[in-house]
Design a binder for this molecule. Structure first.
Ligand SMILES: [Zn+2]
Length: 183
Protein backbone atom coordinates (compact mmCIF):
# COMPACT_ATOMS: atom_id res chain seq x y z
CA UNK A 1 0.00 0.00 0.00
CA UNK A 2 1.39 3.36 -0.96
CA UNK A 3 1.76 6.39 1.19
CA UNK A 4 0.31 9.42 -0.60
CA UNK A 5 1.39 13.01 -0.31
CA UNK A 6 1.32 16.31 -2.15
CA UNK A 7 4.03 17.11 -4.62
CA UNK A 8 5.04 20.67 -3.67
CA UNK A 9 5.75 21.75 -7.25
CA UNK A 10 2.74 20.35 -9.07
CA UNK A 11 0.41 20.24 -6.06
CA UNK A 12 -0.76 16.83 -7.23
CA UNK A 13 -1.11 13.73 -5.09
CA UNK A 14 1.79 11.36 -5.58
CA UNK A 15 3.00 8.09 -4.12
CA UNK A 16 5.80 8.59 -1.64
CA UNK A 17 6.62 5.01 -0.88
CA UNK A 18 5.37 1.52 -1.27
CA UNK A 19 4.79 -0.54 1.84
CA UNK A 20 3.87 -4.16 1.24
CA UNK A 21 0.80 -5.24 3.19
CA UNK A 22 0.39 -8.97 3.54
CA UNK A 23 -3.03 -10.48 3.44
CA UNK A 24 -3.65 -14.19 3.71
CA UNK A 25 -6.25 -15.54 1.34
CA UNK A 26 -7.71 -18.97 0.77
CA UNK A 27 -6.60 -20.79 -2.35
CA UNK A 28 -10.09 -22.17 -2.92
CA UNK A 29 -11.61 -18.67 -2.94
CA UNK A 30 -13.07 -17.64 -6.27
CA UNK A 31 -11.61 -14.51 -7.82
CA UNK A 32 -14.88 -12.76 -7.01
CA UNK A 33 -14.49 -13.67 -3.33
CA UNK A 34 -10.90 -12.46 -3.40
CA UNK A 35 -11.94 -9.02 -4.68
CA UNK A 36 -14.68 -8.87 -2.05
CA UNK A 37 -12.36 -9.84 0.82
CA UNK A 38 -9.82 -7.21 -0.20
CA UNK A 39 -12.57 -4.61 -0.58
CA UNK A 40 -13.80 -5.35 2.97
CA UNK A 41 -10.25 -5.08 4.26
CA UNK A 42 -9.79 -1.55 2.90
CA UNK A 43 -13.34 -0.27 3.03
CA UNK A 44 -12.43 2.22 5.76
CA UNK A 45 -10.25 4.06 3.22
CA UNK A 46 -13.32 4.78 1.06
CA UNK A 47 -15.22 5.96 4.10
CA UNK A 48 -12.46 8.47 4.81
CA UNK A 49 -12.47 9.54 1.16
CA UNK A 50 -16.24 10.12 1.24
CA UNK A 51 -15.84 12.17 4.42
CA UNK A 52 -12.92 14.36 3.38
CA UNK A 53 -14.22 15.12 -0.10
CA UNK A 54 -17.81 15.91 0.87
CA UNK A 55 -18.80 19.57 0.29
CA UNK A 56 -20.11 19.74 3.90
CA UNK A 57 -17.14 18.01 5.45
CA UNK A 58 -16.23 18.91 9.00
CA UNK A 59 -12.71 17.56 8.63
CA UNK A 60 -9.97 20.11 9.21
CA UNK A 61 -6.63 19.61 7.52
CA UNK A 62 -3.53 19.57 9.65
CA UNK A 63 0.11 19.76 8.63
CA UNK A 64 0.41 15.97 8.58
CA UNK A 65 -3.07 15.08 7.48
CA UNK A 66 -4.58 17.00 4.61
CA UNK A 67 -6.81 15.12 2.21
CA UNK A 68 -8.78 18.12 1.00
CA UNK A 69 -7.44 17.71 -2.54
CA UNK A 70 -9.06 14.32 -3.06
CA UNK A 71 -11.48 14.15 -5.99
CA UNK A 72 -15.19 13.98 -5.07
CA UNK A 73 -16.30 10.54 -3.93
CA UNK A 74 -17.87 9.26 -7.18
CA UNK A 75 -19.80 6.18 -6.04
CA UNK A 76 -23.53 6.36 -5.36
CA UNK A 77 -26.60 4.14 -5.61
CA UNK A 78 -28.10 6.10 -8.48
CA UNK A 79 -26.22 8.45 -10.80
CA UNK A 80 -28.53 11.34 -9.86
CA UNK A 81 -27.96 10.95 -6.09
CA UNK A 82 -25.91 13.63 -4.31
CA UNK A 83 -22.42 12.76 -3.07
CA UNK A 84 -22.57 10.15 -0.36
CA UNK A 85 -21.72 11.13 3.20
CA UNK A 86 -19.48 9.03 5.41
CA UNK A 87 -22.45 8.05 7.61
CA UNK A 88 -24.38 6.79 4.58
CA UNK A 89 -21.41 4.84 3.31
CA UNK A 90 -20.70 3.31 6.73
CA UNK A 91 -24.35 2.24 7.04
CA UNK A 92 -24.12 0.15 3.87
CA UNK A 93 -23.55 -3.57 4.23
CA UNK A 94 -20.26 -4.85 2.80
CA UNK A 95 -22.17 -6.37 -0.11
CA UNK A 96 -23.97 -3.09 -0.88
CA UNK A 97 -20.80 -1.01 -0.60
CA UNK A 98 -18.95 -3.44 -2.87
CA UNK A 99 -21.71 -3.40 -5.47
CA UNK A 100 -21.74 0.41 -5.49
CA UNK A 101 -17.98 1.01 -5.52
CA UNK A 102 -17.17 -1.75 -8.00
CA UNK A 103 -20.26 -1.55 -10.18
CA UNK A 104 -18.46 -1.56 -13.53
CA UNK A 105 -16.15 -4.42 -12.55
CA UNK A 106 -19.14 -6.52 -11.49
CA UNK A 107 -21.16 -5.65 -14.59
CA UNK A 108 -18.34 -6.47 -16.98
CA UNK A 109 -17.59 -9.66 -15.03
CA UNK A 110 -13.91 -8.93 -15.30
CA UNK A 111 -11.34 -6.54 -13.93
CA UNK A 112 -9.36 -6.90 -17.14
CA UNK A 113 -10.49 -6.38 -20.71
CA UNK A 114 -10.68 -2.82 -21.87
CA UNK A 115 -8.83 -1.42 -18.86
CA UNK A 116 -5.10 -1.87 -18.56
CA UNK A 117 -3.09 -1.34 -15.45
CA UNK A 118 -1.88 1.97 -16.90
CA UNK A 119 -5.31 3.40 -17.57
CA UNK A 120 -6.89 3.26 -14.16
CA UNK A 121 -10.38 4.71 -14.38
CA UNK A 122 -11.61 5.73 -10.95
CA UNK A 123 -15.24 5.85 -12.04
CA UNK A 124 -15.08 2.18 -13.02
CA UNK A 125 -13.98 0.84 -9.69
CA UNK A 126 -12.69 2.08 -6.37
CA UNK A 127 -9.47 0.12 -6.60
CA UNK A 128 -7.46 -1.98 -8.99
CA UNK A 129 -5.91 -5.33 -8.21
CA UNK A 130 -2.89 -6.34 -10.22
CA UNK A 131 -0.49 -9.22 -10.38
CA UNK A 132 2.73 -7.28 -10.32
CA UNK A 133 6.06 -8.37 -11.61
CA UNK A 134 8.40 -6.77 -9.08
CA UNK A 135 11.59 -7.94 -10.76
CA UNK A 136 11.85 -4.61 -12.60
CA UNK A 137 12.41 -6.23 -15.98
CA UNK A 138 10.14 -7.46 -18.70
CA UNK A 139 9.50 -11.13 -19.12
CA UNK A 140 6.76 -13.05 -20.83
CA UNK A 141 3.63 -12.81 -18.71
CA UNK A 142 2.17 -16.18 -17.85
CA UNK A 143 -1.31 -14.69 -17.63
CA UNK A 144 -1.71 -12.53 -20.73
CA UNK A 145 1.20 -13.83 -22.80
CA UNK A 146 2.61 -10.36 -23.49
CA UNK A 147 6.37 -10.00 -23.22
CA UNK A 148 6.06 -6.37 -22.12
CA UNK A 149 3.66 -6.87 -19.25
CA UNK A 150 4.79 -5.57 -15.89
CA UNK A 151 1.44 -6.03 -14.25
CA UNK A 152 -1.75 -7.84 -15.11
CA UNK A 153 -5.19 -7.09 -13.77
CA UNK A 154 -6.44 -9.71 -11.35
CA UNK A 155 -9.48 -11.36 -12.96
CA UNK A 156 -12.92 -11.05 -11.39
CA UNK A 157 -15.56 -13.75 -11.47
CA UNK A 158 -16.84 -17.07 -10.20
CA UNK A 159 -15.15 -19.20 -12.82
CA UNK A 160 -11.65 -19.42 -11.42
CA UNK A 161 -10.01 -19.62 -8.04
CA UNK A 162 -6.91 -18.19 -6.42
CA UNK A 163 -5.32 -21.61 -6.88
CA UNK A 164 -6.02 -21.50 -10.64
CA UNK A 165 -4.18 -18.17 -10.89
CA UNK A 166 -1.23 -19.43 -8.86
CA UNK A 167 -1.03 -22.46 -11.14
CA UNK A 168 -0.98 -20.20 -14.22
CA UNK A 169 1.83 -18.19 -12.65
CA UNK A 170 3.70 -21.40 -11.76
CA UNK A 171 3.76 -20.35 -8.13
CA UNK A 172 4.03 -23.17 -5.66
CA UNK A 173 5.13 -21.16 -2.62
CA UNK A 174 3.50 -18.16 -1.02
CA UNK A 175 6.64 -16.45 0.25
CA UNK A 176 7.81 -14.92 -3.03
CA UNK A 177 7.52 -11.25 -2.10
CA UNK A 178 11.26 -10.67 -1.91
CA UNK A 179 12.27 -13.17 -4.57
CA UNK A 180 13.73 -11.96 -7.84
CA UNK A 181 10.41 -12.65 -9.50
CA UNK A 182 7.48 -12.03 -7.26
CA UNK A 183 3.81 -11.27 -7.48
ZN1 LIG B 1 0.14 -9.84 -18.23
Amino acid sequence: MASWGHDKETNKMSKNSLIPRLLWVRKDSTMKDLHFEIFKHMRFVFSEWADWSHPDTSRTPTKDNDLTKLPPFPYRRNPEDPQMKKEEFDALSDEEAFSICCKAIIESGSSAGEQSSYTFDLSRGAYQLEFKNTAGMYSQCKLCGSDRCKSCLVPFGDNSTVKDQLTKLSLTANDTLFEQMSF
